[in-house]
Design a protein around this ligand. Structure first.
Ligand SMILES: [Zn+2]
Ligand SMILES: [Zn+2]
Ligand SMILES: [Zn+2]
Length: 333
């Protein structure tokens, strides 16, 4: 039997197609394999191959753009948007446009080519999250930006062009559509219930347990009720908090531990899958602190988006989230 399910945040419907009964073992799994690359621009010692760093955490040598670092943030060499210039909105009749103002940065998560977020120490993953926070706090002072999206493509199938572990950050002069839908949905839930919809999800899923995966003192990982993709996993802070960049240090530590744990479970259960990871946080310039709740979404790349999805916006997910959560719970420890 197939089932139509509605996401409680965005109101988006998905089809959970248990009829196809594709179990997680049936996916054509494409494992991520990190190949050695002597010309990798992100390896320690190759600092000259990247633009000059914007931020670095160093263990020794305090001079910038030299070896001795644990993490670096550099401008993207091929940015989708550029930071120079003023914001210029124009239109052509029906059509709106603006010039390509933004910032596009790369967070090089480790100096070591073969490491991943799943193999790095919890402390090293915490530094990555802290660097995200520092860059957002810096960039949001720029009044041209309304939103900053942080994301990671792990593996070629997920869109990574380099194997060396890195994330990206793009500051935008607009609030992106996916975030707009979540903010609008959360606002209307708040208007009728006077509660944050994400807090409601955390409360319901931690007591129900069917879609619960793992938790620690500050964070919980769960399979959402209406996931678009098999094994889609969300990590949310238990405490209501709208802005990721206001996460205190100890909560970054909790997030690092749970994130590493979830990625290791996925590596075990899904044979080191490619994945996309993103952080959704509240837009800067509109008041959404009461009802929006930041979170991490992790989406292993196990299926391809096909014509039906493009045509309708309806996602067909062959794995029920209850089954995905069960598999990931079993993969722990
Ligand atoms: Zn490298
Ligand atoms: Zn909340
Ligand atoms: Zn989200």
């Amino acid at each position: 039997m197939s089932e139509l399910r509605k996401d409680p945040v965005t109101g988006r419907w998905v089809i959970i197609s248990t009829e196809r009964r594709k179990r997680h073992g049936d996916f054509r799994l494409e494992s991520v394999h990190i190949a050695p690359d002597p010309a990798c621009p992100f390896c320690e010692g190759h600092e000259k191959m990247t633009p000059r760093e914007l931020l670095a955490y160093r263990r020794a040598n305090p001079a910038p753009n030299q070896a001795g670092w644990e993490l670096r943030v550099v401008p993207n060499q091929f940015p989708v948007l550029r930071v120079e210039g003023g914001l210029d909105r124009q239109g052509e009749g029906l059509f709106d446009k603006m010039n390509g103002i933004g910032a596009h940065e790369v967070i090089i998560e480790t100096p070591r080519h073969e490491e991943t977020l799943a193999t790095m120490s919890d402390a090293a993953v915490e530094q990555v999250l802290w660097a995200f926070r520092e860059r957002v706090l810096d960039l949001k002072q720029d009044r041209r930006f309304r939103y900053i999206i942080i994301f990671k493509n792990h593996g070629v199938a997920a869109g990574a062009s380099l194997d060396h572990s890195h994330s990206q950050l793009i500051a935008l002069p607009i609030v992106p559509r996916e975030v707009r839908d979540e903010v609008d949905g959360a606002r209307s839930h708040f208007a009728s219930k006077e509660r944050c919809v994400f807090c409601d999800i955390v409360r319901q899923e931690t007591s129900d347990r069917r879609r619960f995966i793992a938790e620690n003192a500050d964070m919980v990982a769960l399979a959402p009720y209406a996931p678009r993709f098999p094994f889609e996993t969300w990590i949310l802070p238990k405490r209501h908090q709208s802005l990721f960049e206001e996460t205190p240090r100890h909560e970054c530590g909790s997030l690092a531990r749970l994130l590493g744990d979830i990625l290791r479970r996925m590596n075990k259960a899904l044979v080191s899958p490619p994945y996309n990871l993103l952080i959704h946080s509240a837009p800067f310039v509109e008041p959404s602190g009461d009802f929006y709740h930041w979170h991490v979404e992790i989406i292993p790349k196990l299926t391809k988006v096909a014509g039906f999805e493009w045509a309708t916006g309806f996602y067909v997910n062959p794995t029920a989230p209850e089954e995905a959560a069960h598999v990931l719970r079993e993969a722990g420890g």
